[in-house]
Design a protein around this ligand. Structure first.
Ligand SMILES: Nc1ncnc2c1ncn2[C@@H]1O[C@H](COP(=O)(O)OP(=O)(O)OP(=O)(O)O)[C@@H](O)[C@H]1O
Length: 299
C-alpha cells in the first residue's frame, strides 16, 4: 500500500480533531477524502505527511513512517492555504522547490517548462508570483507538487480558486498522473469533481470515518427509475414489486428503486407484457452529493 492510516488519533488540549481513522490507498489509486469543515481532513493529511505527530496510531507512506527522507522525496504536496515566496517569479519558485527535492539544474531546465505548460502558466513563468491571481497561484502550487514526478501526490483543495476550465485542467492532470502510476490523495469539497476523478472515497465527520469504498460500492442499490405510461394497474404494480421497491405509483407515473441497471430492461418487459405504452423510462442515478447529504443529515 502507498498510503496507510492505522487508528490515527489527534487530540488537541480543547479538541479531538481525529478519532481512530483507518484507511489505505494502493499505488495508482485516486483517493478522495471528504467531509464537512472541521471534520479532521487537514489534520489527517498533516499526520500522513509527518508535519504533525499523531497522539496515537501510525501513518505510513510507501511502508515507512513519513519522517523518512527517502519517502519525503517521493511525495508531492499542495497545501490548502499555501504561502509562497511571492517575490520570486513562477519559474524561480519552481526551481527553488526542485532544488530542495534534489533535482539537478538540467532536470529543472527540462521539467519546469513542462509543468508550467501542464498547469496553463507557460506565458506567465517569468512574472512574479506576487502579481498572480489566486487561481494562478493555485496553479503554480500544483506545478510545484508534481515537479519532481513524485510517487504520491497530496492535493488539499486543489481547485478551490480555479475557474471551470482550470478545474478541467486539474482533472486532466490527475488522470495523467494516474496513468503514470502516481497515487493521488485528493481532499475536495467539490463532490461532482470527486465523482469524476476518484476511484475510491472516504467520508469523514467529527474526526471519524463514516464510509470508505469505491463510488460503485457506496452508491449501490440507490438507482431510481421514473416510469411515464398510462393504464398502470395494481397487477402491474404487484409484478414490479417482486423485484423493485415501489416509491410511488399512480395510473400514469411511478417511481421505483432497483438494485441493478439490468432491472431497467426488466421493467420495460413487464410494462410491455401488461400492454402499457412506455412514454418515459428514466434512470435517476444518485450522486455522491446525494449520498453525502443523506449521511450528514442522518447524524
Ligand atoms: N492546531 C490546532 N489546535 C487546536 N485545534 C485544532 C488545531 N488544528 C485543527 N484543530 C481543530 O481540529 C478540527 C479539525 O480541523 P481540520 O483543519 O483538520 O478540519 P478540516 O476537515 O480540514 O476542515 P476544512 O474543510 O474546513 O479545511 C477543527 O475543529 C479544528 O478547529
Amino acid at each position: 500500500m502507498d498510503i496507510e492510516a492505522t487508528h490515527l488519533h489527534k487530540a488537541y488540549p480543547r479538541k479531538v480533531a481525529v478519532q481512530d481513522i483507518s484507511f489505505s490507498v494502493a499505488q495508482g489509486e485516486v483517493f478522495g477524502f471528504l467531509g464537512p469543515n472541521g471534520a479532521g481532513k487537514t489534520t489527517t493529511i498533516k499526520m500522513l505527511l509527518g508535519l504533525i505527530s499523531p497522539t496515537r496510531g501510525t501513518p505510513k507512506l510507501l511502508g515507512q513512517t513519513p519522517d523518512s527522507l527517502e519517502v519525503k522525496r517521493q511525495v508531492g504536496f499542495l497545501p490548502e492555504l499555501f504561502r509562497f515566496h511571492d517575490w520570486l517569479s513562477g519559474k524561480d519558485l519552481l526551481r527553488w522547490h526542485g532544488r530542495l527535492c534534489g533535482m539537478t539544474e538540467q532536470e529543472l531546465d527540462r521539467r519546469i517548462p513542462e509543468v508550467l505548460d501542464q498547469v496553463g502558466l507557460s506565458q506567465h513563468g517569468d512574472r512574479k508570483v506576487k502579481g498572480y491571481s489566486k487561481g494562478m497561484q493555485q496553479r503554480v502550487g500544483l506545478a510545484q507538487a508534481i515537479l519532481h514526478k513524485p510517487r504520491i501526490v497530496f492535493l488539499d483543495e486543489p481547485t478551490s480558486a480555479l475557474d471551470p476550465l482550470g478545474r478541467r485542467q486539474v482533472r486532466n492532470i490527475i488522470h495523467h498522473l494516474q496513468e503514470q502510476g502516481t497515487t493521488v490523495f485528493l481532499n475536495s469539497h467539490l463532490l461532482s469533481e470527486v465523482e469524476l476523478t476518484c476511484d475510491r472515497v472516504c467520508i469523514v465527520q467529527n474526526g471519524q470515518v463514516l464510509r470508505t469504498g469505491s463510488l460503485q460500492e457506496l452508491l449501490k442499490g440507490t438507482l431510481e427509475v421514473e416510469i411515464l405510461s398510462e393504464k398502470m394497474t395494481e397487477d402491474l404494480k404487484a409484478e414490479l414489486q417482486s423485484f423493485a421497491e415501489v416509491l410511488d405509483f399512480t395510473w400514469n407515473t411511478a417511481h421505483l428503486r432497483v438494485s441493478d441497471e439490468k432491472d431497467i430492461a426488466r421493467i420495460a418487459e413487464v410494462l410491455f407484457k401488461h400492454r402499457c405504452p412506455i412514454y418515459g423510462l428514466t434512470p435517476q442515478k444518485r450522486t455522491l452529493e446525494d449520498l453525502y447529504v443523506s449521511l450528514m443529515e442522518a447524524r
